[in-house]
Design a protein around this ligand. Sequence first.
Ligand SMILES: Cc1cc2nc3c(=O)[nH]c(=O)nc-3n(C[C@H](O)[C@H](O)[C@H](O)COP(=O)(O)OP(=O)(O)OC[C@H]3O[C@@H](n4cnc5c(N)ncnc54)[C@H](O)[C@@H]3O)c2cc1C
Ligand SMILES: *[C@@H]1O[C@H](CO)[C@@H](O)[C@H](O)[C@H]1NC(C)=O
Ligand SMILES: *[C@@H]1O[C@H](CO)[C@@H](O)[C@H](O)[C@H]1NC(C)=O
Ligand SMILES: *[C@@H]1O[C@H](CO)[C@@H](O)[C@H](O)[C@H]1NC(C)=O
Ligand SMILES: *[C@@H]1O[C@H](CO)[C@@H](O)[C@H](O)[C@H]1NC(C)=O
Ligand SMILES: *[C@@H]1O[C@H](CO)[C@@H](O)[C@H](O)[C@H]1NC(C)=O
Ligand SMILES: *[C@@H]1O[C@H](CO)[C@@H](O)[C@H](O)[C@H]1NC(C)=O
Ligand SMILES: *[C@@H]1O[C@H](CO)[C@@H](O)[C@H](O)[C@H]1NC(C)=O
Ligand SMILES: *[C@@H]1O[C@H](CO)[C@@H](O)[C@H](O)[C@H]1NC(C)=O
Length: 555
Amino acid sequence: MWKLEGLPNTTFLALIAGAALAAAAPRSSSYNASGSQPDYVIIGGGPAGFVLAEELSQNPRTTVVLLEAGPDTAGEEDIDIPGYSPNLLYTQYMWNYTSQPDPNLEGNAPTLEQGRGFGGGSAVNYLGACRGAPSVFDEWADISGDDGLRWENFLNDYKSTVHYQEVPLDYDPHINPSAYGDGPLELTAPLENLGIVLELINSFISVLKLPWVDLNDGTGLGVATSTNVIRASNRTRDFAPQAFGWQLAGRPNAQQLSNAEVTKIGFKGTRAVSVTYVNPIDNSTNTLYPKEIIVSAGALNSPKLLMLSGVGPGDHLRSLNIPVVADIPQLGKNLRDHHCAFMSFEVTSQVETLWQYTQNATFAALAEEEYINNSSGPLSVPNGAAFAIYRAPDSVFEAVDDTFHTSLPADRGQLLFQYSTSTFQATTPNVSIVSPFVGLVQPQDSGYMLLASADYRDAPLVYSNYYGSAGDKAAILHGYKRIRELFSDPSITPLLMGTVALGTVVEGKTWRIKGLDGIRVVDSSTFPYPPTCHPMATVYAYAQHAAQLIREQDR
Ligand SMILES: Cc1cc2nc3c(=O)[nH]c(=O)nc-3n(C[C@H](O)[C@H](O)[C@H](O)COP(=O)(O)OP(=O)(O)OC[C@H]3O[C@@H](n4cnc5c(N)ncnc54)[C@H](O)[C@@H]3O)c2cc1C
Ligand SMILES: *[C@@H]1O[C@H](CO)[C@@H](O)[C@H](O)[C@H]1NC(C)=O
Ligand SMILES: *[C@@H]1O[C@H](CO)[C@@H](O)[C@H](O)[C@H]1NC(C)=O
Ligand SMILES: *[C@@H]1O[C@H](CO)[C@@H](O)[C@H](O)[C@H]1NC(C)=O
Ligand SMILES: *[C@@H]1O[C@H](CO)[C@@H](O)[C@H](O)[C@H]1NC(C)=O
Ligand SMILES: *[C@@H]1O[C@H](CO)[C@@H](O)[C@H](O)[C@H]1NC(C)=O
Ligand SMILES: *[C@@H]1O[C@H](CO)[C@@H](O)[C@H](O)[C@H]1NC(C)=O
Ligand SMILES: *[C@@H]1O[C@H](CO)[C@@H](O)[C@H](O)[C@H]1NC(C)=O
Ligand SMILES: *[C@@H]1O[C@H](CO)[C@@H](O)[C@H](O)[C@H]1NC(C)=O
């Protein structure tokens, strides 16, 4: 059992964080679940949902339906071309959620980016795949009683989901080949020195005194260029439907539907028996009666859907006139995110930024030509492909009598440094900028979420409580000061022009909700505690591992 009773107790968000078809749109497949009783309905087409659907439908006698609320994402340039990913904010591919005003942030209400459409976050994110400190997964194993999650075992699940494609480079990316396997998802290093990647790596090394390592091989602390989910052949994004969806499309026992937003899971007593979904474009509805339901709707939408279905804090549900199926006070609590603090610097014209793509027609034309001619240049690289995981000195925490951060296992950093070539602010001066940021990746304090109403169309109320404890505040303040030092390093200063602005729920091994039958939750919302590095790579491996156990249990 997870340590905490109740439901998806850790809602784990993001790093910073197509054509809308008229009918609930299937990707070509001959299986039509309508009128039959599928073995599995998987809710949510993010990395977790796609891996589960692919794994579980390998048995031709097992019927599987994958339901995704958002649109199909095939053939969308802003998704396929790595350099365009910042364009995806505030589009139909995002849920556009916002936190409630956070007293720790002087009442500011940070946005909560969550992907929407085939691929979920993997369709819109910044393509960095990393794993971070092994002790995190050993802790997950202890909490869940599942030895498969121990790093030495879990490494096989990472390997089963990815392979590394070597390419000629003009620098050494410090890759450890033994960390990669022969899974469908392709990883590559950024091509040449674009942006401020290598300059920032140098600054990380000299200011933070960290080694250049591979953060996928069990090394917890260090500096790395991003290992990206990018196909080396044509430098396009590789993401969940591309890596795991084509197998499904060819199977007569699997169906994948976009524009299928689940509004309610129906229960008979404590057994989950039905899934009702609506097409958000024409409002048509449908109900399926599967043998087993797996919720993989992501960090905020999994708990939201469960609450809408009567699973969650009883008093809260009753106050919204939602009949209570299971009173689980912890559901929606223990919400942890890698929340970031950022600065913005104006940069010289030799640094490619989102501003250069959108405001400088000469730059944009050259970048597009180079990408089309040669699959290289600024568009071939994701936003900010260099980062560092850093452990702050104990003195930072001793000053505020905090022992949480000082007693974390030695392989864990509390802070992740990276940068973006776009802005995090709603309004910025019309100049070319980069935004270095620092994220608190092992927060001590957590937030929670509730429903705004019983209407599925309403966004959830998220109380983020970022930097809630004294130690959390000390960590992020220390990180913020270090950004200034990083950007005062001689490897960076020649590129700068000035500062613009500052701107238990789920059972171990079964993923079943305690006390209920016919329903499991597998996705980032059920991570017991956050990894030290970006979460996507771990979601793929986690779903891979869960699928093996679920298959054995349901045989
Ligand atoms: C802008 C951005 C940048 C990021 N950058 C990185 C990065 O560089 N590296 C990294 O490792 N991680 C990054 N992340 C985080 C990473 O993408 C997520 O952690 C990961 O995608 C989570 O996977 P998941 O399967 O748990 O959920 P999600 O990817 O959120 O997928 C859940 C899916 O379920 C669907 N859904 C929700 N509700 C319903 C419903 N009611 N019915 C049907 N479907 C529903 C959603 O539309 C979504 O497609 C980033 C995220 C964002 C948003
Ligand atoms: C599945 O079959 C039903 C009728 O049995 C039909 O109405 C529906 O359009 C079909 N769905 C798909 C995606 O083909
Ligand atoms: C998010 O915001 C954009 C821009 O306003 C909008 O086009 C899109 O439909 C929104 N997404 C959702 C799911 O509402
Ligand atoms: C890129 O290459 C992959 C195969 O490596 C292919 O499946 C995909 O369609 C290509 N994408 C584009 C946009 O050319
Ligand atoms: C769907 O329902 C919503 C809310 O009732 C309504 O605003 C919208 O116009 C409807 N759309 C269609 C296509 O009927
Ligand atoms: C626009 O792009 C061109 C080509 O990269 C570059 O030479 C020029 O300096 C850029 N202009 C500005 C204002 O950054
Ligand atoms: C792209 O190829 C065309 C035709 O060969 C050539 O004229 C052009 O200069 C190339 N552009 C870039 C940016 O390499
Ligand atoms: C083409 O891409 C390769 C890397 O794949 C790079 O070394 C080379 O400089 C690029 N050529 C041009 C003309 O852009
Ligand atoms: C921003 O500045 C560039 C030139 O520096 C100009 O081409 C562009 O129109 C400006 N954009 C806006 C929104 O003012």
